[in-house]
Design a binder for this molecule. Structure first.
Ligand code: MRU
Length: 338
């Protein structure tokens, strides 16, 4: 079996000073890399989901500040660039976290900024691998695991959070099978999760978003593993719209529901899920599939891009700092860096 190169969707070309992003809007049909030279272009790539997934947008934003600095922008322009990047999407706290972290080095100069962006990237991949090691033993041997959206290598610096746990189980010889909910309307599950697992020869089958309950009732799903965009102090978890429904179903059927996320996703300053800003995206992203309109002209769609799963529905959270179980403020704060 040929081993594929590890998938890393965000890169920096130090020689040409370009941020390189695997364009996730075009997968699985095409593997196209964008080459971006300004923070404005990186912010646009984040807004339009060319790069997406909480940790990946944080890494991309850090490179967005670094590329401006390396191309000669001074302090005031760098601060504007940082603010623009931080505003690109509201829910994933990793974005604000990465921008805050890199902004602390604006006075230190371009080399320091690029080194910090590389560090953010490297630490994220290391965190994913650690979550994989800690989370893999949670998956029963030969389990069928349901996941939602894409919390894989494509959503991170590499390896993935939820898919990192699945990858690590697979690498350890556990013959897990994955069900990927298609995740309308951007189809992160059908397009991205299926693409990256298939690429790595991990068995994956796609479900439409309404199928999970029935398969749970039939005993065909042994656990659910998803990623997160923000985990707040009481353990509530924001993730891709549809996650909450899966958590309710899992609870009803007595199926463990796991969340895997790096510490950069944890926001202890927000008390409960009610304080998480939920991104609303345009109606057209729901009613148009490509150029084809699927609802009558004149009818609008709602598109809250994320929902919040109450802590009580989450069996455990896997972080690189350890497992949070039972999920709640005490267990989260016990793992927090001092
Ligand atoms: O809108 P997206 O594709 O950026 O949403 C991504 C998710 O909801 C992921 O599950 C989450 O960011 C975790 S990624 C490791």
């Amino acid at each position: 079996m040929t081993r594929r190169e590890p998938l890393r969707p965000v890169a920096y070309d130090d020689r040409r000073d370009l941020v390189r992003l695997l364009d996730q809007r075009r997968l699985p049909a095409e593997e196209t890399w964008l080459e971006l030279s300004t923070a404005g272009e990186v912010a646009e790539a984040i807004r339009t989901l060319a790069v997406r997934g909480a940790p990946a947008i944080g890494v991309a934003a850090a490179y967005g500040v670094a590329v401006e600095a390396r191309r000669g922008a001074g302090g005031a322009r760098l601060r504007e660039a940082a603010a623009l990047l931080a505003r690109a999407r509201p829910t994933a706290v990793n974005l604000a976290w990465a921008v805050r972290r890199i902004s602390g080095l604006i006075e230190a100069g371009p080399e320091a900024l690029l080194a910090e962006a590389h560090a953010i990237r490297d630490e994220d991949e290391a965190a994913c691998r650690r979550m994989g090691a800690l989370g893999a033993p949670l998956l029963p041997r030969g389990a069928t695991v349901l996941t939602h959206c894409n919390a894989g290598a494509l959503a991170t610096a590499g390896y993935g959070t939820a898919l990192g746990v699945i990858r690590a189980a697979h690498e350890a010889g556990n013959p897990v099978k994955v069900l990927a909910g298609e995740t309308r309307p951007f189809f992160q599950g059908a397009r991205l999760t299926a693409w990256e697992l298939h690429r790595d020869q991990i068995p994956v089958t796609v479900l439409t978003d309404g199928m999970a309950g029935w398969l749970m009732q039939r005993g065909e799903i042994q656990c659910v593993v998803v990623g997160a965009d923000r985990i707040v102090a009481n353990g509530d978890v924001a993730n891709k719209i549809g996650t909450y429904g899966l958590a309710v179903l899992a609870s009803h059927h007595g199926i463990p529901f796991y969340v895997a996320a790096p510490w950069s996703t944890v926001d202890l300053e927000t008390a409960t899920g009610a304080g998480i800003p939920i991104e609303e995206r345009p109606s057209d992203e729901v009613v148009l599939i490509g150029d084809r309109r699927i609802a009558p002209e004149g009818v609008l769609a709602r598109y809250p891009a994320f929902d919040v799963t109450p802590a009580a529905l989450v069996t455990a959270i896997v972080t690189e700092r350890g497992l949070v179980r039972p999920v709640g403020e005490a267990a989260l704060r016990a793992l927090a860096p001092r």
